[in-house]
Design a protein around this ligand. Structure first.
Ligand SMILES: *Cc1c(COP(=O)(O)O)cnc(C)c1O
Length: 376
């Protein structure tokens, strides 16, 4: 069997292991320690924000953001429908009610038109805006609508660390930003996340809640329910090394996207995910959609690639058609037609975007995909 080509796998730069060894030497195996502080510092400097807290996962960061915005039972929270379930699961942890918002065809992200309609029916406690596959949503338009209604934004930037929107870093435009360092994200700590905000007090409170809400007393004193949500020093040691190669990874991901774009130029049924000129994506995953009139379906390509031990996968299945969420309300980009998110799900796929791929391997993927079209 040929060596497997992955969708997006961990890619160490070299310093990670040295940092982990250093943490071992100092016996900072226990949670927290200097690498947690260092990782927070590095991310703060990189995205230009004042406050950050390193957490166990991106999901826990989203959960704390909702807690800090006082989201409670039966409160409404708007959320992008085209995303990973982790974006909206924390809404249900708090017994709040998600309302799903369709995508715009322009970026696959939250449709300003659909959220505008949702505001005519509901007043949510918060809005979770996802920056899908490494590209920022059109934040100005969404923020204008949210500001007008006095509703805070949580930016789910789990997939978009390093991307920009106009002159801002993705994840720093909303009241809160959330990053993930899960194994398949652009950089990884093996598992981890971060919550960032301009608001110092809110991040202080997040640290408190993430460490079992232990009061500042010699004995263990608790006035609130807390969580065990902090990142371990060992994970953070990996993350500090990964921050050294983040810019390199973005350049590599962009090269993969550009090679696909060039390679598929003459296949008229293949469209690359649209790239908006309001910012610079981090190109986390290279996404294509296939014209519906084509005989080739995404699954045909997935199966052809799988034969060569190459990993690809469908687009996120929209939340509003998931069995577990389908009873919740949904706002369509264009009324009375199939939603944009469902159309993207039906016609799209994620191509291998692993930064360890060689130029030959990228060329091989292009060749296999093209063959699917030439044989039909
Ligand atoms: C990965 C991901 C998360 C969750 O991050 P974890 O660190 O795996 O908990 C949340 N939202 C989106 C859009 C993601 O892709």
């Amino acid at each position: 069997m040929k060596e497997r080509i992955f969708l997006s796998s961990p890619h160490m730069g070299g310093n990670e292991i040295l940092n982990v060894q250093d943490a071992f030497k100092k016996n900072y195996i226990a949670p927290l320690g200097e690498y947690v502080d260092k990782l927070e510092q590095k991310v703060k400097e990189y995205v230009h924000i004042e406050n950050a807290v390193a957490l166990a996962t991106g999901t826990s960061a989203l959960h704390l953001a909702l807690k800090l915005l006082n989201v409670k039972k039966d409160d409404i929270v708007f959320c992008s429908t085209l995303t990973f379930s982790a974006s909206c699961n924390p809404i249900l942890y708090e017994s709040a009610i998600p309302v799903f918002i369709d995508s715009t065809p322009e970026s696959f992200n939250m449709s300003p038109k659909a959220i505008e309609k949702a505001f005519q029916k509901y007043t949510p406690k918060a809005v979770i805006v996802v920056n899908l596959y490494g590209q920022s949503a059109d934040m100005d338009k969404i923020k204008e609508i949210c500001d007008k209604n006095n509703v805070p934004i949580i930016e789910d930037a789990a997939e978009s660390l390093g991307a920009t929107y106009k002159d801002r870093m993705s994840g720093t435009i909303g009241k809160f930003g959330v990053y993930s360092f899960n194994g398949n994200k652009i950089i990884t700590t093996s598992g981890g996340g971060m919550l960032v905000s301009d608001d110092e007090n809110l991040i202080k409170k997040a640290k408190f809640l993430a460490t079992q809400a232990r009061e500042n007393e010699r004995h263990y004193e608790h006035k609130e329910i807390g969580y065990n949500y902090r990142m371990s020093n060992i994970s953070a040691a990996i993350g500090v090394g990964q921050m050294d190669v983040l810019e390199e990874r973005i350049a590599q991901k962009k090269n993969i996207f550009n090679k696909y774009q060039e390679g598929f130029k003459e296949i008229k049924d293949i469209n690359m995910m649209p790239i908006c000129d309001y910012g610079k994506p981090n190109y986390w995953l290279s996404i294509i959609t296939i014209n519906e009139t084509s005989n080739v379906k995404p699954i045909d390509i997935i199966l052809e690639l799988e034969k060569e031990n190459i990993e690809s996968r469908p687009i996120w299945k929209p939340m509003h058609i998931q069995p577990v969420f389908k009873q919740y309300d949904f706002f369509n980009h264009n009324e009375n037609t199939r939603s944009i998110s469902e159309k993207i799900f039906d016609t799209g796929l994620c191509l291998p975007s692993d930064t360890k791929m060689t130029e030959e391997q990228i060329a091989l993927v292009i060749e296999i995909v093209k063959k699917c079209f030439n044989n039909k």
